[in-house]
Design a protein. Structure first.
Length: 710
């Protein structure tokens, strides 16, 4: 079943889906700390020197035929409060002004066009009351240079552009036009939601975008907004007639040819139909990485107020090797000690460690109080749920856990172990790199005081959060629990459990059973109760969701791990008593001895499972060889029994007239024929192996009885 659309663009035409997207945007942005107001000098003081100066703006106002410089009014837009014009006409007049600005200042990269989504509005209850929400801006300022996806066809002046995916991907900025000024001033919550939803789409589909500028315009005033990962910034209203200089300055920002002003990353660009990312190599030289897919292969989420993580699949032009490029945003605040280190700093500490993702190079850029970072990393295999064999999973899982131990020894706590953050190693990877732990941008390091980092249920991924943390203080409490290695090892256990419950073979998946769904509950108490119920009776629950693909070996592995975690929890309590500590005050050095034992026992359990799978597969291969030998003997015997001499021909004349022909003679052997025969034999053996494996899985299922419905 396909995932529900997460953007306005993807939900077009589906009222229910569109309202769901608006509700998600409302839930995310309905906070007073996301709206900021500034003074009327914000634009001039922030961007002065990067846009045309006031003298050039005055020159434009004197030269344009659309503005009466002496009377201080736009000729087509009445300044008289008693004269009103309808929104479509107002939109057309504003479009002419913007186009004149673009033409006068030579901004040939910009196209200004009217736009409309289909449908243009949706009515429903998103907040407290039912409202009619607009789903597109009235005017779109599109970019045509190489930083925007090529292919957008801008219609003639008399036509309206369909506000679809191509339009969103080409959006440099936009203008919202409103006929009723009271709707802008008095109902700004609704307006802000519409702006947030539109910008969320731009952030999602442009991926590398850091901010968007927009104007909300009426017949008399303009309101300048800047939206970024930190929220929405609003300038005081500008009288477009009397303060035409400030109004044009805002238009220059919206149409600027400078990608940095627009919030567009100039290092992500197109050449014809191919997309590239420019970054630095290890020698500090500029390198253009060609993207194997023009869109990110992974986006963390569609939220605006988020890190905006995007993962790109690229090829290094110097080595020809596949690399992964990760872009993400994070807050930078020197007064806050609860924020994690930049990921590239953590990756520097992890350089050379097996089982941990390795950084090739990084690119760092400061943007307001949010930092946008780019990291180029070695490419590995896919996430755990895409495994092909049990052996592949166990080997990768083992090396990832061992890599986690390496991080712990270095004083780094990952804080977000999950299925998506454990990758299988590349093909033929050596021991230690058959699986790696990725996504260290939420990790924390041990401070000078030796205390483990504080944690709460808002950190990491809820479904993989340890029971101890779920039972701990709420995230706004004064004293929070400290995050230990046991919390991380328990997260690894949940990785195995989730795979056991949902993966039934290569590309064979099932939905989460109810108990796992409860692990992911937004209510901490429900999630904690479900996890406690599991750990109280793991054997009973695992046996009720039997998985023939993984078999008893994986069930026993999870049971062994549960014992390791239980023993580790008891040891932790003893350590806290010995050092007069508490769950809110734990030093790493106190756990050096017990953590060593916990990791050893955890890895030993995985090693036992590896050995069991290896023996099982050897038995399958041995049985397959025996079956093939017996089959070959039967074929040989049948061939001998069917060999009967040909009767002699009594017609002598006919016998002499015919040349001897051996109809069943073998064709001469050739390299191609030998290769084809070998391939046929290999395919036959592989099919027989598969049949035996299926038979073995059936035997496992029969041994347990019929699997319960999960």
């Amino acid at each position: 079943m396909p995932a529900p659309p997460v953007t306005l663009c993807a939900s077009a035409g589906n009222k229910e889906a569109t309202l769901r997207v608006l509700k998600a945007a409302h839930k995310e942005t309905d906070r007073s700390d996301l709206a900021f107001r500034t003074d009327r000098f914000y634009v001039s003081s922030t961007f002065g020197g990067r846009i045309p100066c006031i003298e050039e703006i005055h020159e434009f106002l004197e030269a344009t035929e659309l503005y009466d410089y002496k009377r201080k009014t736009w000729l087509e837009i009445p300044a008289d409060m008693d004269i009103e014009i309808k929104e479509p006409q107002l939109t057309e007049y504003i479009q002419r002004i913007v186009e004149d600005v673009v033409r006068f200042f030579g901004y040939s990269e910009r196209r200004v066009t009217r736009a409309r989504a289909g449908p243009a509005t949706v009515r429903g209850r998103v907040g407290d009351v039912s409202e009619t929400y607009r789903l597109s801006p009235e005017l779109l300022v599109a970019g045509t240079e190489r930083t925007f996806r090529p292919g957008l066809v801008v219609p003639d002046d008399s036509e309206v552009l369909a506000y679809d995916l191509a339009a969103v991907q080409s959006a440099a900025s936009f203008i919202a036009v409103r006929e009723d000024e009271e709707d802008v001033v008095l109902n700004d919550e609704k307006l802000h939601l519409e702006l947030f939803a539109l910008v969320r789409d731009i952030f999602y589909y442009q991926s590398s975008r850091t901010h968007v500028h927009t104007l909300v315009m009426t017949q008399h005033n303009a309101f300048f907004y800047r939206l970024d990962r930190g929220g929405i910034l609003k300038c005081p209203k500008i009288d477009i007639h009397k303060n035409a200089t400030d109004f044009v300055r805002c238009l220059l920002l919206l149409c600027s040819p400078d990608p940095i002003i627009l919030g567009v990353d100039p290092n992500v660009f197109w050449v014809n139909d191919s997309r590239y990312i420019k970054s630095m190599n290890a020698q500090g030289e500029s390198v253009d990485y060609k993207l194997n897919n023009p869109d990110p292969i992974w986006r963390l989420d569609e939220s605006l107020i988020a890190r905006g993580t995007a993962i790109w699949d690229a090829t290094c032009p110097e080595t020809g090797e596949r690399v992964i490029i990760k872009d993400s945003s994070r807050i930078e605040d020197t007064e806050r000690d609860d924020l994690p280190l930049p990921e590239y700093e953590t990756l520097k500490a992890a350089q050379g460690l097996d089982g941990v993702v390795q950084m090739s190079r990084n690119f760092y850029r400061f943007e307001c109080n949010w930092v946008r970072s780019r990291i180029v990393m070695k490419a590995y295999g896919r996430a755990t749920q895409y495994i092909e064999t049990r052996m592949q999973l166990l080997r990768g899982f083992r090396d990832a856990v061992a890599g986690h131990r390496n991080l712990w020894d270095k004083g780094v706590i990952h804080m977000d172990v999950s299925c998506l953050n454990v990758l299988m190693g590349s093909k033929d990877a050596p021991v230690g790199q058959r699986g790696v732990l990725i996504d260290l941008d939420g990790s924390k390091t041990i401070g000078e005081d030796g205390l483990l980092p504080e944690t709460h249920t808002c950190r990491g991924t809820k479904i993989f959060t340890s029971l101890r943390i779920l039972d701990g203080p709420h995230h706004h409490a004064d004293n929070l629990y400290r995050h230990t290695h046991l919390d991380e090892l328990e997260s690894f256990a949940y990785v195995l459990c989730c795979l056991y419950f949902t993966v039934f073979g290569h590309r064979k998946y099932a939905a989460y059973p109810e108990i796992v769904t409860e692990w992911d509950s937004a209510v901490d108490e429900i999630a904690a109760t479900a996890k406690r119920r599991f750990w109280d009776s793991p054997k009973l629950i695992l046996d009720s969701y039997r998985n023939p693909f993984f078999g008893r070996i994986f069930r026993d592995l999870i049971l062994d791990i549960s014992k390791v975690l239980a023993d580790g929890a008891l040891a932790l309590e003893e350590v806290l008593m010995e050092h007069d500590g508490s769950h809110t005050y734990i030093k790493k050095e106190w756990l050096d001895e017990t953590s060593k034992q916990d990791y050893e026992e955890f890895l030993a359990a995985v090693d036992r499972a590896l050995l069991a799978v290896e023996k099982e597969e050897q038995r399958v291969r041995k049985t397959a060889r025996k079956t093939r030998k017996e089959g070959a003997k039967e074929i040989s015997k049948a061939t001998r029994e069917s060999a009967v001499p040909h009767a002699a021909d009594n017609n002598e004349s006919d016998s002499r007239s015919l040349a001897p022909i051996n109809i069943n003679a073998l064709a001469p052997s050739t390299p191609e024929r030998r290769k084809r025969g070998a391939n046929d034999l290999a395919e036959k053996e592989e099919n027989e192996d598969d049949m035996l494996k299926k038979k073995l899985q059936l035997e496992n299922a029969e041994q347990w009885g019929h699997p319960a419905e999960g």
